[in-house]
Design a binder for this molecule. Structure first.
Ligand code: PLP
Length: 372
């Protein structure tokens, strides 16, 4: 059979990715890419695109009818840039709350777009201080929008999104959350938490392959954004208006990636939803943390602020060579991630994706062997 031949041509993955996306996907997700789709046909527009959009809003909030999901070509950063450019108008002002590289990336977007912002920067190993945020919002009345990262992948820190967004709502600000590495892996409720815009992408906790980002937005808020965007291609409002009609993207969509994402959503359903996935990630992260500590690797963050998504470990001593460690671990079937923290020597291990407790046990065994 022809299909058999095609399948047998696909090599097995030589290692699992313990990285914050792209991550290790299931064989069924990868196999879902083995057919072609017409972007003008209902099989794709209704059967795949509209289905995904509906399911994303259902996963994002207890009141999905008030929200809409807009899919956008490009990686997660394209989604963040598109969202900031569309949501924050030329006469608006964005408060960016940052404690890592992804928070600071929002500054670069605003600078490039030439839009107004203020930066509230916090230490990479501490959660943003809500009292300080409160003070800034009270002082600077020009602030119209507040943006922050949920799980700051730089360190794996979990930020108090709910508290800060509810505070911003009290002061009638619009809220934008980069939930890139959290959505699908950590329960959240846009409506209950006061989030107007949430951004994530295909290759994070939903466990699809890379190729597009998505913006889940309050319909009421997005409806006010016509003509705001700094860019034609990255106009979330325009993309929404076209997509809302019949599931069509304005420009060529990454069809195979989108179909694979639908399969990934099926698997999230099958796992039992976000709560269940959160529980798998959390158990694996806890075992990883304890196991690594026994071998001599301490985590950068205190447990209370640690996400179940990715963990930063400190170098055990000054003679530690990450490159060497990385190569040896790769040979044993595990790809790790270098550190990104400004003032500490760290490396990172992600546990999102098709990674189960057996994998963590195998990983710990490999770390023990490589460290000995
Ligand atoms: C992965 C990620 C992004 C997007 O990065 P891309 O390389 O553009 O996909 C943005 N924010 C956070 C917090 C992330 O983890």
């Amino acid at each position: 059979m022809k299909t058999e031949k095609v399948l047998s041509d696909i090599p097995d993955n030589p290692y699992i990715l313990l990285t914050p996306g792209p991550l290790s996907t299931s064989a069924a997700v990868r196999n879902a890419m083995l057919r072609d789709w017409c972007t003008w046909d209902e099989d794709y527009n209704i059967g795949v695109v509209q289905d995904i959009r509906t399911r994303l809003t259902e996963y994002a909030t207890s009141q999905p009818e008030k929200y809409t999901a807009v899919l956008m070509q490009g990686s997660g950063s394209f989604g963040v840039e598109a969202c900031l450019g569309t949501a924050v108008p030329e006469d608006g002002k964005l408060l960016i709350i940052a404690n890592g590289a992804y928070g600071r990336r929002m500054v670069s977007f605003m600078q490039t777009m030439g839009r107004s912002y203020v930066l509230a920067e916090f230490s990479e190993t501490e959660q943003p201080d809500i009292d300080k945020v409160n003070e800034i919002l009270d002082k600077d009345k020009e602030i119209s929008h507040v943006a922050m990262v949920f799980c700051e992948t730089t360190t794996g820190i979990l930020n108090p999104v709910r508290e800060i967004c509810l505070l911003a709502k009290e002061k009638e600000k619009m809220t934008i959350v980069d939930a890139m590495s959290a959505f699908g892996g950590i329960p959240m409720d846009m409506e209950g938490w006061g989030i107007d815009y949430l951004i994530s992408s295909s290759n994070k906790c939903i466990q699809g392959v890379p190729g597009f980002s998505f913006i889940i937005a309050s319909v009421q808020k997005l409806a006010l954004c016509e003509g705001n965007a700094h860019s034609h291609s990255l106009d979330v409002y325009d993309q929404w208006k076209t997509m809302d009609k019949k599931g069509k993207w304005r420009f060529t969509s990454p069809t195979h990636t989108v179909r694979a994402f639908q399969q990934a959503l099926n698997e999230l359903d099958k796992e039992g939803g976000i709560e269940k996935r959160y529980s798998r990630y959390s158990k694996n992260q806890q075992r990883l943390r304890e196991g690594m500590k026994e071998i001599g690797y301490e985590t950068l963050l205190d447990e209370g602020m640690q996400s179940p998504i990715i963990t930063a470990f400190c170098y055990p001593d000054s003679s530690f060579e990450f490159k060497d460690f990385y190569e040896k671990m790769k040979e044993k079937g595990f790809v790790l991630y270098p550190g990104k923290v400004s003032d500490a020597e760290t490396f990172r291990i992600g546990n999102i994706g098709e990674v189960y407790s057996e994998d963590i046990e195998r990983l710990l065994k490999a770390v023990r062997e490589v460290t000995a």
